[in-house]
Unconditional design. Structure first.
Length: 397
């Protein structure tokens, strides 16, 4: 069990909310998620503003990994999450009627074109000179494919193809990727890489991408326990997986199942989704980590995982209409919304989502990682789409 120390930075834990005083067009729902009555659009505007600042503070055209409260500085650009933030910005550009967000998204795709390794993959840090990483490469593929769809520029599609070809070339016979792994550990979160390969196959109809994706999905299914928990789901061996990585894995299985019309993958994702739904606290939060048998091993909440599971529950609601999923999603997203600070004068955190709640929790302690805010935006957009019963969010990742 995680032992939580008292907050070292009291101001970082303060949560105050207010309307940012901006207007927006294109929002379909007036749903509120906040005790102060803030609507989805106001939360979105704050979160998008923080993402724009993360891009500006990177200084090289990419998107900063996030803001560190202890060191009081922004991290360098982080290719992996820069990649899958591109579809988020493109969806927000449509939903909020803000075409400048499409321009920012395309500029991120251009940055990633310069960050590709000679093999066609993507390194964990663009400036490190290190070799490519499988998971990072898959997430950047989402960005290139979205940029291609938005702009029609085939250079982005070609970059995604080079990345896909490299992924096939280094895949293990078992279906997993044993090599080119962050921290040297093979992981079931690569179902999200399989998802990227299937998205690529949808556009160029090359069966090798589909075959590689299916091999990985079948391997991942073998790592799932009967109760939905996954082995090989943590960043390090002998560590418990975060809700974030459990959600990554279930997301990949669900979306691949939909693309392939394969109910086995969707139902595997449902096992995980239902197990976490059963363990959702009354206030909407999930624990940061779970050991085998779904035993909570953290008293803090991984806010990224809360957002991801909220969106995944919404996806199950979309395909089946079960109100239980919609109710759980609203609670999960509302919990995260209550941690978003829209009043502070500190622009480094205003509108962003922290790694953990409390801020000193287990995941990304005292930090605002960019992907937490990305998944918050995804969850808000999907909730608004579901509740308004209209509109499309065409970009995925």
């Amino acid at each position: 069990m995680e032992v939580l120390s008292p907050p070292r930075i009291a101001a970082c834990a303060q949560r105050v909310w207010t309307s940012p005083g901006e207007t927006w067009d294109g929002l379909h729902s007036s749903s509120t998620l906040h005790p102060d009555g803030l609507q989805i659009g106001q939360l979105l505007i704050g979160a998008i503003g923080w993402i724009q600042r993360a891009q500006a503070m990177a200084g090289d055209g990419g998107m900063s990994k996030g803001f560190d409260l202890v060191r009081q500085r922004w991290a360098p650009s982080y290719p992996e999450t820069t990649g899958y933030t591109i579809p988020t910005l493109l969806n927000a550009a449509i939903w909020l009627n803000r075409p400048e967000l499409q321009e920012k998204a395309i500029s991120l795709a251009d940055y990633l074109m310069k960050s590709a390794t000679p093999e066609g993959g993507v390194a964990h840090w663009a400036s490190s000179g290190a070799g490519p990483i499988v998971f990072d490469t898959g997430q950047v593929m989402f960005g290139w494919l979205a940029a291609f769809e938005a702009s029609g520029d085939e250079h982005y599609l070609q970059a995604a193809m080079r990345a896909g070809d490299w992924l096939i070339s280094v895949q293990d016979a078992s279906g997993s990727w044993k090599r080119y792994q962050h921290l040297g550990v093979e992981k079931v979160i690569d179902t999200r890489v399989a998802w990227a390969l299937l998205e690529l196959e949808q556009r160029i109809h090359r069966d090798a991408y589909r075959q590689a994706a299916v091999r990985n999905l079948e391997w991942a299914m073998q790592q799932q326990d009967a109760d939905g928990w996954f082995r090989r789901c943590a960043f390090l061996e002998r560590e418990d997986p975060f809700t974030h990585t459990l959600a990554y894995t279930a997301e990949g299985l669900f979306e691949c199942g939909c693309l392939l019309d394969e109910t086995r993958y969707v139902e595997a994702a449902r096992l995980t989704a239902n197990a976490l739904l059963a363990r959702q606290h009354h206030d909407g939060r999930l624990a940061s980590t779970y050991s085998r048998g779904w035993r909570e091993t953290s008293r803090s909440c991984c806010l990224t995982g809360n957002c991801q599971m909220g969106r995944l529950w919404l996806r199950f609601y979309e395909i089946g209409g079960d109100q239980t999923y919609l109710d759980a999603a609203r609670k999960a997203i509302a919990f995260v919304a209550r941690t978003q600070n829209l009043k502070t004068s500190n622009l480094n955190i205003r509108g962003g989502i922290a790694g953990s709640h409390p801020i000193y929790g287990k995941y990304e302690r005292f930090k605002y990682p960019n992907w937490a805010t990305k998944f918050f935006v995804d969850a808000l957009l999907t909730l608004d789409k579901v509740e308004s019963e209209g509109g499309e969010l065409p970009y995925v990742g």
